[in-house]
Design a binder for this molecule. Structure first.
Ligand SMILES: CO[C@H](O)c1c[n+]2c([nH]1)[C@H](O)[C@@H](O)[C@H](O)[C@H]2CO
Length: 448
């Protein structure tokens, strides 16, 4: 008989989404262009020519989607605000219709007993700010702080959990180093600058929150634990570089006030000497950390692989998702326990965790069988319990994602939702994984 799994009585079970991936109507009611409406309009940037013009039509179906969360017994919902709905030019004139949309959504969530957890920035920078340099312009810390102040003023009476940024690593690595995400730059000199300005903007928004906020604010980072393929020194060194680049590049400055030394080694002359005052701004005290976990990486040295000189080693016995990620729940436990060991004890939320698998077309009786996603869900929730047993102060867990949605440059083909979306009809159908998650939530994690 295995010991019963213990989750705190007020554990926040929920789901997560982001504005550009689900809302649709990106330019409705006075909203401005973002770097993603531009990226999507650029041929070849998003698979199959998919765009967020309609997506899950959540901008118009938000009430039904909240009803769906209620039906599944969700306790919380993590979503993002589109900066360019609030400030169409990124700064200056405020768009009341944009503010009103999120008012309605937040009020409906609260009326249904669902805790709103709001992300200020989930990758959709106003295009007008990109025209002014975007994340490469140091002024963006002030632009972001001004946007944050407007949103805090409007919603802090109802929103008790705020996230400044979603995954600065992905914004930088995809948007400025490899060019796979908006704004599509490929420049090793730009990437460190964008990354540093993201962290400065995060710190500036936290400073504003400390002036006017009444609840909690944190940062969401993606953590991918790195394991050496062998104990050969070059593989161990490669693993440290990979961990420094993806994981510690963000957590160290925020919690330890400095960057890992490996980053100068990785970027060489492209790594600037940062002014000390920036780290006072970046390392503002946080109320919680949000961690997104999907997979691990087994690393070997590969001198030809720019700029990290690291290559992943595929695990022959493992299950891999449609996005090529190994299903490895132990990595979630290792990530959470590892965070506590390196950065200390603080409240932690897993703000994204999920998997993309091919879902068979839904059967006539409206069921979508997704056993692989169910296995992944069970394994990851058991991994959470193991972390709690090792003393991690875990407060909540958000499945990515509530709905099948626009998986950025991969388009709609990669389905992460626990609820199936027929994009031709916008019909929502809870998958078997949604029904499983509903049972897990109802039992506070007891029944897997
Ligand atoms: C490197 O993977 C990241 O942890 C990650 C995975 N994901 C994310 N970040 C983003 O926050 C979501 O918008 C994606 O839809 C989701 C699924 O790909």
């Amino acid at each position: 008989m295995t010991r019963p799994i213990r989750f705190p009585s007020n554990f926040l079970w929920g789901t997560a989404t982001s504005a550009y991936q689900i809302e649709g109507s990106p330019l409705a009611d006075g909203a401005g262009h973002s770097i993603w409406t531009r990226f999507a309009a650029t041929p070849g940037r998003i698979a199959n020519g998919d765009t967020g013009d309609v997506a899950c039509d959540h901008y118009r179906r938000w009430r039904d989607d909240v009803a769906l969360m209620r039906q599944l017994g969700m306790k919380a919902y993590r979503f993002s605000i589109a900066w360019s709905r609030i400030l169409p030019q990124g700064t200056g004139a405020v768009n009341e219709a944009g503010l009103a949309f999120y008012d309605r959504l937040i009020d409906e969530l609260l009326a249904n007993g669902i805790e709103p957890m709001v992300t200020l920035y989930h990758w959709d920078l106003p295009a007008a700010l990109d025209d002014r340099g975007g994340w490469l312009n140091p002024d963006i810390a002030d632009w972001f702080a001004a946007y944050a102040r407007i949103v805090f003023d409007r919603y802090d009476d109802r929103v008790r959990h705020w996230v400044t940024l979603n995954e600065p690593w992905v914004v930088t690595d995809g948007g400025y180093l490899h060019g796979t995400l908006a704004p599509g730059h490929r420049n090793a000199y730009e990437a460190p600058i964008a990354s540093h300005n993201l962290l400065r903007a995060h710190g500036a928004a936290v400073q504003v929150y400390r002036e006017i906020g009444r609840h909690q604010i944190g940062l969401v980072v993606n953590i991918e634990p790195k394991y050496p393929a062998s104990d050969a020194p070059e593989d161990v060194a490669a693993t440290r570089r990979a961990d420094a680049y993806m994981n510690r590049q963000y957590l160290d400055p925020v919690f330890l006030g400095s960057y890992p030394a490996e980053l100068k080694e990785i970027f060489g002359p492209a790594w600037p000497d940062w002014p000390a005052r920036d780290f006072d701004l970046i390392s503002q005290k946080l109320d919680f950390i949000g961690i997104n976990y999907y997979t691990r990486n087994v690393c070997r040295h590969d001198g030809a692989n720019w700029p990290l000189q690291v290559a992943p080693v595929r695990q022959p016995q493992a299950t891999y998702t449609e996005t090529g990620w190994e299903v490895f729940p132990q990595g979630l436990t290792d990530t959470l326990v590892g965070f506590k060991r390196r950065y200390g004890d603080m409240p932690v939320y897993v703000m994204e965790n999920g998997s993309a698998f091919y879902d068979p077309p839904q059967a006539a009786h409206g069921r979508v069988h997704d056993p692989l996603r169910m296995d992944c869900l069970r394994g990851n929730i058991a991994a959470l319990a193991a972390a709690i047993e090792q003393g991690v102060d875990l407060r909540g867990y958000m499945v990515w994602s509530l709905l099948d949605n626009l998986e950025w440059s991969l388009g709609f083909a990669k389905r992460f939702g626990i609820v199936h979306v027929d994009f031709a009809t916008q019909r929502r159908t809870p998958k078997d994984s949604a029904l499983l998650y509903a049972r897990i939530v109802a039992s506070n994690g007891a029944c897997l």
